[in-house]
Design a protein around this ligand. Structure first.
Ligand SMILES: O=P(O)(O)OC[C@H]1O[C@H](O[C@H]2O[C@H](CO)[C@@H](O)[C@H](O)[C@H]2O)[C@H](O)[C@@H](O)[C@@H]1O
Length: 381
């Protein structure tokens, strides 16, 4: 039986020669989230099958001579046998997942451990949107989160600072989530609305007191991104199923609904466009090619910025938790892992290399985790 698996980026190991990939080494812990307290203490004797994030090649003249197409093909397979091989059964997949969970335990079964490590400390929660709060769907405009999920997020935000960090434009993700009480970072962290400033702060503008402080490190790229958006809409208009999304400081070119035979054409258009803009670069998401500024700014930096704005950085009594499913979330996981700052939780139904500490299978488990946090916060003074 075929097993549905979303967002498997690239199979580093194959069935006959599985490898165990250990991500970035852990630096000296800073906030008492010592590795020995974390989940990565026991490893299986059996190496599990894991998946590496594919690194696309440099910009060459033709997409066929890069590994763009490989990355595109493996960015969101729907069928595990297609990637592991036809002799790979759902039982094998279950075993591989269970084995993988020894390294990335479920944040639900490890909840007590997380809560114990957070006891007496302040928690800050960072949530990705697509694939984390909302299920992945074919039409990006229909990626709605459930009312139950919204209620869970609303509840937790009553107790702890909660931020949404998304690849979408800030306005769009805020509309999807529909909760005023959260902090929002759009465009993979390049568009942040931080906390409101107190009216007593004489340096704050009226807007900062009412709406919050805006931080847009890529603002100079706005005209360029708009130009690229218009160009790509025009180029792809005859490719059935292609969709170009303007995410303000980045452009997403979706190929989820494009016939695989036309993927080369989509990739070639993006590739040719990028060649005209040396200050823009490509990243791969789930069945999406994303164009963004060449800027040292990512979701990890956004978390750092928000912690700082909230007065929660460099505090030994703060435990940031970041929940995300995509490759762009790895920057945030890495930031938290470095120096033992906090916990990354990867949402994935399949084994994947990650800088996260824990895992959750899908958005329904994310909701369960958030609700557990609410219960925990209600139970502690
Ligand atoms: O950082 P995120 O909040 O996870 O946003 C990443 C991208 O998510 C959206 O695309 C993905 O989800 C769509 C809806 O489920 C799906 O159709 C698409 O294939 C996925 O790539 C969003 O549309 C992108 O703009 C975001 O960058």
């Amino acid at each position: 039986m075929a097993v549905a698996v979303e967002d498997v980026m690239d199979l580093k190991a194959n069935h006959s020669a599985p490898v165990l990939n250990d991500p970035t080494p852990v630096n000296k812990p800073r906030l008492g989230i010592h590795d020995s307290l974390g989940p990565r203490t026991h490893f299986s004797q059996t190496p599990f099958l894991t998946i590496a994030w594919k690194k696309p090649g440099g910009v060459l003249d033709d997409v066929r001579s890069t590994n763009w197409l490989d990355a595109m093909k493996s960015s969101s397979p729907r069928n595990v046998t297609k990637y592991y091989g036809t002799d790979f059964s759902s039982n094998d997949a279950d075993m591989a997942y269970r084995d993988w969970m020894l390294k990335y335990p479920s944040a639900l079964t490890s909840f007590e451990q997380i809560a114990n490590n957070a006891r007496g400390k302040r928690i800050a929660l960072f949530l990705d949107y697509d694939g984390t709060l909302s299920p992945i769907v074919d039409n990006p405009d229909h990626a709605f989160m459930s009312n139950a999920m919204r209620a869970a997020v609303r509840n937790i935000a009553k107790y702890i600072p909660t931020a949404i960090i998304s690849g979408r434009s800030r306005e769009k993700v805020r509309k999807f989530v529909g909760l005023k009480e959260l902090y929002y970072a759009g465009s993979h962290g390049m568009d942040i609305m931080g906390p409101v400033r107190p009216p007593t702060d004489h340096n704050a503008t009226n807007e900062e007191v009412k709406e919050g402080k805006l931080y847009q490190p890529a603002s100079e790229f706005l005209p360029m991104i708009n130009e690229v958006f218009v160009r790509l809409v025009e180029l792809t208009k005859n490719i059935q199923g292609a969709k170009v999304e303007n995410n303000k400081f980045c452009v997403s070119v979706h190929y989820r609904n494009v016939d695989e035979k036309s993927w080369t054409t989509v990739a070639q258009y993006v590739h040719d466009t990028l060649k005209q803009y040396s200050r823009l670069r490509l990243t791969h998401g789930r069945m999406v090619l994303e164009i963004r500024p060449v800027l040292k700014w990512d979701k990890g930096k956004a978390v750092e910025f928000l912690l700082e704005s909230l007065g929660l950085s460099n505090c030994d009594d703060v435990v940031p938790i970041y929940v995300g499913d995509d490759r762009t979330d790895e920057d945030a996981f890495k930031f938290l892992r470095e120096g033992g700052r906090g916990y990354g939780i990867l949402v994935s139904p399949a084994p994947k290399e990650s800088n996260a500490y824990y895992s959750l299978r899908d958005p329904s488990e994310v909701m369960e985790f958030i609700n557990s946090l609410v219960m925990y916060k209600k139970s502690v003074p």
